[in-house]
Write a protein that binds this ligand. Structure first.
Ligand code: GLN
Length: 205
């Protein structure tokens, strides 16, 4: 089964996610309007600028429909700005920025600070056993708190931010501080697409 996976196409690195999903044997579609959101099995929220995407979600009338789909259990994957949007609480953002509460977690925007504003490192990622994941961080957030229902999948291994949480999953919702869509390593996308496929296989038609 080839799940239809939307990429929220309001701002950010939409194309990179689109190609990664296609390479994982999913059917990617751009989502800009409610009817497009209604038609997808799952949604990817790209990296970009979370406050801009938040504003555009309101302008395009997608904020409440997206919250509703998440409440109903639609799987989602957010990278970087997408992680910020999926949080239940965001620190260091604009007061009018909206969150979607897909995962019970507190995320700090632009958390890594100047010195390591953007950097790359190799991470151990729970559930991916065939070697570390190359993680690209670009003005990335980190996670400061996760709720009891959320599972930590990766932490920064060393350096000034050692131990900081950078990948989390709660039910079908996955979030990474970094950008798996830019490295050509498809394992994180594949993990997400496989979880969508498994969910669709057991769901009553
Ligand atoms: N700093 C951006 C934000 O706050 C996220 C950066 C990214 O997605 N690469 O939204």
């Amino acid at each position: 089964m080839r799940p239809t996976i939307g990429v929220l196409a309001l701002q950010g690195d939409v194309r990179e996610h689109f190609h990664a999903l296609a390479a994982c044997d999913a059917e990617p579609v751009n989502v800009r309007r409610e009817s497009e959101l209604d038609a997808v099995d799952a949604l990817v929220l790209p990296g970009g600028e979370s406050t801009a995407i938040s504003t555009l979600l309101e302008v395009f009338g997608l904020l409440e429909p997206l919250r509703q789909r998440l409440r109903e259990g639609m799987p989602a994957f957010g990278s970087c700005a997408g992680m910020i949007l999926l949080a239940s609480e965001v620190l260091d953002t604009r007061p009018d920025a909206q969150s979607l509460s897909g995962i019970d977690m507190t995320v700090r925007r632009n958390a890594f600070g100047r010195q390591v504003d953007s950097f790359e490192t190799d991470l151990d990622f729970a559930g991916l056993d065939d070697g570390p994941v190359r993680a690209v961080f670009i003005r990335a957030p980190w996670v400061e708190r996760v709720g009891a229902g959320a599972e930590v999948l990766a932490r920064v291994p060393s350096g000034p931010a050692e131990g900081r949480i950078v990948a989390v999953r709660q039910g079908g919702v996955l979030a990474t501080s970094f950008h798996p869509e830019v490295t050509g390593d498809l394992r994180v996308h594949r993990m997400f697409v496989d979880s969508v496929r498994e969910r669709e296989a057991v769901r009553p038609a």
